[in-house]
Structure formats: structure tokens, C-alpha cells
Design a protein around this ligand. Structure first.
Ligand SMILES: Cc1ncc(COP(=O)(O)O)c(C=O)c1O
Length: 306
């Protein structure tokens, strides 16, 4: 992996136990997909992911001691070093400081990029859809933490929700806000389709500004659908014609049930299928119109100014 500017063996990328990243979850991260294309790798929306990493860090007050270009290079070098990997995990986190006191600010920020083989996040989901249950864990409120940033420690509730969903026999969790409005999945945004109108909660619902969400909104508009950002009630999800979730890891998957209630026909709806198919092709660089979103790892490495 790429660790603080160099490619090192993963087992040599160690952190002191007293690191702020480990002790308190003081860090920010990203998840990026890489798709093989012939003998090359296409990295989907690399610049948007790195830019969100820096934005998350800024919200936390974590200074990243590298330029965005250096992180692009770290991502591409890591992917090329890990043939067969399809998921990239950049992370910037606080190291050990002069004290473990919460107000300590003299620790350095470490930056690492790992690449792993993830494959299908929910095996078999693209054929049959996923089962979702509403989580008892709600999304943190705006004043609990910067909710629109991808902060390491902010994922405790998401892990609790996802693990509870698994124990209940479901694939994914739906998390609500304190007022009962729909927020998002443990690591996905959610969309409903009703009378061919595609709706998703607005950023003011305290959700992550998903890059897949943005891709889906642009695609859906290009396909001629009406797209609407508005607060959604649980009832609207349960009674929608179609529901799907999307995120870098999950990609786009239809929701076939919510809390045991069948959605639509209980499979992947036709509009969802159309969006999934287009997304599948565009991330693999097969649709010229969206090629600007797909970076070839080697071309990026040749063009970055570092
Ligand atoms: C809480 C949360 N919501 C939504 C998403 C989807 O975001 P993206 O499409 O950028 O991966 C993620 C994934 O990172 C997430 O962790």
C-alpha cells in the first residue's frame, strides 16, 4: 500500500496503538472502485473521491500533508501494485501526539491507500435484489458531528446497524433520522421510484453526499426521468413502486423487501434495472458520454504534477 508517500508492504504499514485514529476514530476515509478494462484499470470518479476526502478532513480540522495530486498518484500506484484489486481505501488519520488528551493537536496526519479485492458487496444481489430492515440506530444529528463528512469514528452506528441487519437475516440496514425521516443505508444512499419519478433524501437529511448518488441523478435525468430531492417518510419507501440503494461498494441494487414487506413485485424493478445496466457499462468506460468519469490509472500517473 501507499503509506505516507511511499509504496510499502502492507505488513510494514503499522500505526502506534496511541494514534488518535485508533483511539478516537480521528480520521477520514474514502472508498473508490477500480474496474479492469482490458489490461488497464479504470478508476471511477477519482478526483471527486479525493476532493471529498480533503473536504471531510477540512471539516474535521485534520490537515493532510499531501496535495490532491499526490493522493491521485498514491491511489493509482496502489492499484497497479495490487493486480486483481477492485476497491481502494484511502484514509487520513491522526497519529500519536504528545498526550492522549482530547485537546492534543501536535500529532501528525498519516495518509495511507490500500487496495483490496471486494467483488460483489452483497453476493447475488444484482439478480434478486436485497432485503433491508429499518435500524434501531438512528443517524447522528447535525450537531453531534459533521454528518456530511466521511469520518472514521462516525461509522460506529453504521457498523451496529449493518451487523444488526445481518442478525435479522437481511442484507442491509435503513437508517432514519431522529425525526423519523429516511436518511440512508449503512454505507449507501437510497432512492424510491413512484410513477416514474425518482426521489431521494436531500443533503439536509444529514446524509453523505454520495458520488454514486450524484451519478444516478445525472444518469436518470439524461434518461428522461424526473429526479426529486425531498424528505422521505418510511411509509413512502415501503409503498414505492421500486426502491434501490447505491454506493461505491454496493454499486446499485434493487431493494426487494423492507422489514419483511415486499417492495413492488419483490424483485429488481424495471427502471432500477435500466439504471443498473447503464451504470454497469459506464463505470467500465463503455459509454463515451461518461468517459470523463473514468480515469486510466497509468494515464493519471503520467499526468500528475508531483
Ligand atoms: C453513509 C454513507 N452513505 C452513502 C454512501 C455512498 O457514497 P458513495 O456513492 O460516494 O460511495 C456511503 C459510502 O461511502 C456511506 O458511507
Amino acid at each position: 500500500m501507499w503509506y505516507d508517500g511511499n509504496i510499502v508492504n502492507a505488513e510494514d504499514a503499522t500505526v502506534p496503538v496511541l494514534s488518535f485514529g485508533l483511539q478516537y476514530g480521528w480520521g477520514v476515509f474514502e472508498g473508490i472502485r477500480a474496474y479492469p478494462s482490458g489490461s488497464e484499470y479504470l478508476i471511477f470518479r477519482l478526483r471527486d473521491h479525493v476532493s471529498r476526502l480533503f473536504r471531510s478532513a477540512k471539516l474535521l480540522g485534520l490537515e493532510i500533508p499531501y496535495s490532491q495530486e499526490e493522493v491521485y498518484s498514491g491511489v493509482c500506484r496502489t492499484v497497479l501494485e495490487n493486480k486483481g484489486s477492485d476497491y481502494i481505501r484511502p484514509i487520513a488519520f491522526g497519529g500519536q501526539g504528545s498526550s492522549v488528551a482530547l485537546g492534543t493537536s501536535d500529532m501528525m496526519t498519516h495518509v495511507a491507500v490500500a487496495a483490496v479485492k471486494m467483488g460483489e458487496y452483497v453476493p447475488g444481489a444484482s439478480d434478486k435484489g436485497i432485503d433491508v430492515v429499518t435500524s434501531a440506530w438512528e443517524k447522528p444529528r447535525w450537531r453531534a458531528m459533521p454528518v456530511t463528512a466521511k469520518i472514521c469514528g462516525g461509522y460506529i452506528g453504521s457498523i451496529m446497524a449493518k451487523r444488526d441487519a445481518g442478525r435479522r437475516g437481511a442484507d442491509e440496514a435503513l437508517m432514519l433520522n431522529f425525526d423519523g425521516t429516511v436518511a440512508e443505508g449503512s454505507a449507501e444512499n437510497i432512492f424510491i421510484i413512484e410513477d416514474d419519478v425518482i426521489s431521494t433524501p436531500p443533503l439536509s437529511a444529514g446524509i453523505l453526499e454520495g458520488i454514486t448518488r450524484d451519478t444516478v441523478m445525472q444518469l436518470s435525468l439524461d434518461m428522461g426521468y424526473k429526479v426529486c430531492e425531498r424528505n422521505l417518510a418510511w411509509d413512502e419507501v415501503a409503498s414505492a413502486d421500486e426502491v434501490f440503494m447505491c454506493g461505491t461498494a454496493l454499486e446499485i441494487q434493487g431493494v426487494r423487501s423492507l422489514d419483511g414487506r415486499i417492495i413492488g413485485d419483490g424483485g429488481v424493478g424495471s427502471v432500477t434495472r435500466q439504471i443498473m445496466t447503464t451504470y454497469h457499462d459506464l463505470v467500465r468506460g463503455r459509454i463515451p458520454k461518461y468517459l470523463a468519469w473514468c480515469d486510466r490509472a497509468e494515464s493519471v500517473l503520467n499526468s500528475v504534477l508531483i
